[in-house]
Design a protein around this ligand. Structure first.
Ligand code: COA
Length: 222
């Protein structure tokens, strides 16, 4: 999943007027809240996200180390409908990633319950490669983690990344995820069993890290 040229034909649609499309719900099973960062917004997926997600998430570099994404726009529409059903059932959430001021979905963050009630959960993410290395992932991840720990009440958040997935491993490591194990030959992709790293973030570690004041930059005065 390394670099790819910018997607021809993909236009980033302007967002609707502020507030018009926002759903803020305290009961996330009835509709996901809009999570707004300074540059990135996470929101519920819509059927109309299917074309941009198809264009951005089915490229070889994005898809090579993740479960095969749908291979048609209609397949993404069915996936989006499935995510809404799982959210209603209270077992899974999937956020669309958009850039501030735009409404086009450029990636997803998913969190699924591994026990009853989200005490242990697994997350996964994919961002269109034109947006890799731009900070979109980091900001989206911060929003998704806050939702996982503060709203879903996750205690232990797991992630699996194929060892060969350099960016996936690097992305998790820079968030402070701890590699606990290597799950040998645990992921079948393109007819080959791949080793995966199991990463975790524990709620108390995440909270403690947020309390540490960031280093203050002081210019050297001569
Ligand atoms: C995973 C993903 C969402 C991360 O987004 P991103 O914008 O690429 O992530 P970032 O650039 O913020 O962080 C990746 C880090 O890995 C580092 N990295 C890149 N290649 C690497 C490699 N081969 N080995 C180790 N680290 C590597 C980058 O330098 C970066 O760290 P830095 O910001 O400290 O320099 C994105 O790459 C993606 O969608 N990939 C395809 C889907 C996927 O693999 N999902 C994850 C499954 S675990």
């Amino acid at each position: 999943m390394e670099k790819m040229p910018y997607c021809d034909g993909l236009t980033i649609a302007a967002a609707e007027p502020a507030g018009a499309a926002e759903v803020v719900s305290t009961d996330w099973t009835r509709g996901l809240p809009v999570l707004a960062g300074s540059e990135v917004t996470l929101r519920e997926l819509r059927a109309s996200d299917a074309p941009s997600l198809f264009a951005l998430l089915t490229t070889e570099e994005v898809a090579r180390f993740i479960s095969p994404p749908p291979n048609t726009v209609e397949g993404f529409e069915r996936f989006i409908a499935w995510t809404a059903r799982q959210r209603s059932a209270g077992t899974y959430v999937c956020f669309a990633v958009t850039l501030k001021g735009y409404d086009t979905a450029i990636g997803i963050f998913q969190i699924r319950d591994l026990a009853i009630g989200f005490e242990t959960a697994e997350w996964g993410f994919a961002i269109g490669s034109p947006f890799w290395g731009t900070g979109v992932f980091e900001q989206g991840a911060a929003l998704a983690l806050q939702f996982a720990f503060d709203t879903l009440g996750v205690h232990r958040l797991e992630a699996r990344a194929a060892l060969k997935n350099g960016r996936g491993n690097g992305a998790l490591q820079k968030l402070g995820a701890v590699q606990e194990a290597v799950l040998r030959k645990s992921f079948l992709r393109n007819g080959q069993y791949l080793d995966q790293a199991l990463y975790t973030i524990i709620d108390s570690d995440w909270r403690a890290a947020r309390e540490v004041p960031r280093a203050v930059y002081r210019p050297v005065v001569h």
